[in-house]
Design a protein around this ligand. Structure first.
Ligand SMILES: C[S@@+](CC[C@H](N)C(=O)[O-])C[C@H]1O[C@@H](n2cnc3c(N)ncnc32)[C@H](O)[C@@H]1O
Length: 355
């Protein structure tokens, strides 16, 4: 993102491929550093944040903080964003500093204590609010307060912010100010939620092929969302199909749009009966929550799982954001990511606050 040197500066911890920080960059921030221990995800981060440093570090290790400080030097940092895995909380008994999982979550605050950014943004799964009887949530709020950050929190719902997916994510924002951060209100009304067809309906069917690494756009964009996603992209990448067995194809062919295993005739698809099994998206609704490639979700129209690019679109990654690594790694990076449109909304609101 070609933001200028006066752009406010951002660090992304547990960056993965960098969905959250990419959204902040779209809002006008400059991400100077991403940290994760997963090499393929960091490769994707680097490719799409070419001006940023990518550090492959284990954040459970205290020395990581020193390495990060070496990179930042004395540069003022305005925002830390972080998506620590929720296993970072070990709060069932007395807190044990020696528990390695504890350190993941506390690494955010250890760094914040030294560099004192104006804002700290922490993203997590909705379950964090009730994890360990609410103690995980309470611990986050306490850490903010210990460092004099005023905390606020919100469960953000994807469709409200233009994401064509029913993903919910919990956000905590701490600000070095007397007044707490006010979260951006929903930007999209229910009747205007972006649906699957508007999100991915222009991408090739891959009926008789598995696609290729790069493909021309065969059809014009037919929705505003598609036009926005195509901006700055000359062709389609990460759109390779999956060859399913005849049996899988025959089962999914019998699932109606928006249906799942419960809609199958008796005796069909019995091998998978759990909640999300044999789920087919609905063309006129946002998609289910994108996962890391479990192969239980199917295209609303075609009898196959969505491609990595289709999942990326449903996560609001523009087509110019390219995923590196094997197909399995691409699905994982996309499913783990925070939709850039969440980052864009939060970043825009934080910029307003800073001004
Ligand atoms: C939910 S994902 C973050 C997604 C990211 N915020 C985005 O928007 O794309 C959590 C990330 O934490 C990383 N991670 C987990 N444990 C870690 C550790 N000990 N040190 C560094 N990174 C870790 C994982 O590799 C994963 O990429």
């Amino acid at each position: 993102m070609p933001n200028d040197s006066n752009s406010p500066k951002l660090i992304d911890l547990f960056s993965g491929c960098g969905g959250l920080s990419f959204g902040f960059e779209q809002a006008g921030f400059e991400c100077i550093l991403g940290v994760d221990f997963d090499k393929p995800a960091l490769d994707t981060f680097s490719h799409n944040h070419p001006h940023a440093t990518a550090l492959q570090l284990d954040l459970s290790n205290d020395e990581s903080i020193e390495r990060i400080l070496d990179v930042i030097k004395s540069q003022p940092i305005d925002v830390i964003v972080a998506g620590p895995p929720c296993q970072g909380f070990s709060l069932t008994g007395p807190r044990r500093e020696s528990d390695i999982r504890n350190k993941l979550f506390y690494s955010v605050f250890k760094l914040a204590k030294v560099i004192k950014p104006k804002f700290i943004v922490i993203e997590n799964v909705p379950g964090i609010a009730t994890l360990y009887d609410g103690k995980a949530r309470k611990a986050i709020l306490e850490e903010f307060e210990k460092l004099d950050y005023k905390p606020s929190e919100k469960l953000m719902y994807g469709p409200d912010y233009g994401v064509p997916q029913i993903r919910k994510r919990m956000f905590f924002v701490g600000v070095l100010d007397e007044n707490p951060f006010v979260f951006p209100p929903a930007a999209v009304k229910k009747e205007n939620y972006v649906n699957c067809e508007q999100a991915i309906g222009d991408l090739p069917a891959l009926d008789n092929s598995l696609g290729a690494d790069e493909m021309e756009y065969p059809n014009p964009a037919f929705s505003d969302y598609q036009k926005a996603m195509r901006r700055g992209s000359e062709n389609i990448k990460n759109h390779t199909g999956t060859k399913h067995s005849d049996l899988v194809v025959s089962v999914i062919r019998q699932v109606p749009e928006g249906g799942n295993h419960k809609d199958l005739p008796e005796g069909v698809g019995d091998s998978r009966k759990f909640n999300e099994a044999w789920t087919r998206y609905h063309s006129k609704k946002p998609s289910k929550t994108i996962d890391t490639g479990h192969r239980n979700h199917f295209h609303y129209k075609y009898d196959r799982v969505p491609t990595a690019r289709e999942n990326a679109r449903l996560q609001s990654f523009p087509d110019s954001f390219v995923f590196l690594g094997t197909k399995t790694q691409q699905y994982k990076q996309i499913g783990n990511a925070v939709p850039p449109l969440f980052g864009y909304s939060l970043g825009t609101q934080i910029l307003r606050n800073m001004k």
